[in-house]
Design a protein around this ligand. Sequence first.
Ligand code: CP
Length: 316
Amino acid sequence: MLPLKSKDLLGIEHLGVDEINLILDTAESFIEVSERNIKKVPTLRGKTIINFFYEPSTRTRISFEIAAKRLSADAINFSTSTSSVSKGETLIDTVRNLEAMHSDVIVIRHSIPGAAQFIGSRLKSRIINAGDGAHEHPTQALLDMLTIRQRLNTLQNITVLIVGDISHSRVARSDIFGFLKMGAKVILCGPPTFIPVEIEKLGVEVEFNLEKAIPRADVIMMLRIQVERQFSMLIPSLREYAKFFCLTPERMKLARPGALVMHPGPINRGVELDPRVADGPYSIILDQVTNGVAVRMALLFLLAGRPGADGNPAPL
Ligand code: CP
């Protein structure tokens, strides 16, 4: 088995195709652990995983906690409001204290792009980026890739349509890097104010008209409108946005048979996704959540697993 090349998982941009395949294949092997009656293996017994979330999270934080526990690691969660961060302690002082307690892996979500890289370059602990500002959300992209691969058997030569606020979306950035590396075609759609200038240079296509883009897609990835980040100058209103970009049952009539509808969550129902589509037969949104646990188990295993004689993690 090839190892991951870096100590940390900071993003998809610098991962190789072989590394992505390794993570996806390893995740696939972990799926059945969560389907067992007793959902636990001893793989990471004695390891300490700390989930450090400066921003709110349901899926990512809980799924990292479940992943660590299913591998028998000790999982500790903390947030800014219950830690000395609320008394003004700096990020680097906080994580140095965690490392002084012999953490093996620190999973961090932070509003500042580059926060994971900043601590990763200063600590021996392995760092996993659980979302850094508008930069990257690598574990989301990996679970997206796993979910699509499960359904379509491949990522090569498929067309993924990503709709929404591309400019502010760390999910979009990680997904774009991942899908392009794995040989998929990527079409971006949204109001011009949500699409970065010259993004085509990455190798993606831009289509501003959702009705024209939908029939070309094997996968329709709807992004959350990030009401907590500043966007009020970028679109007239959420109602106006929904009029042109909400995925409705009427618009789904334009889709290919078997097209997959995805969303990283949390969903703004009625803004980017009509509830009838979110809960309809095309939607694989909850499969994404299920696969998130397997992907995070794979990463914890690959980063924190006991090295074998060849320096690779020991077999399962
Ligand atoms: N997809 C995602 O990152 O969801 P959470 O913010 O709930 O973790």
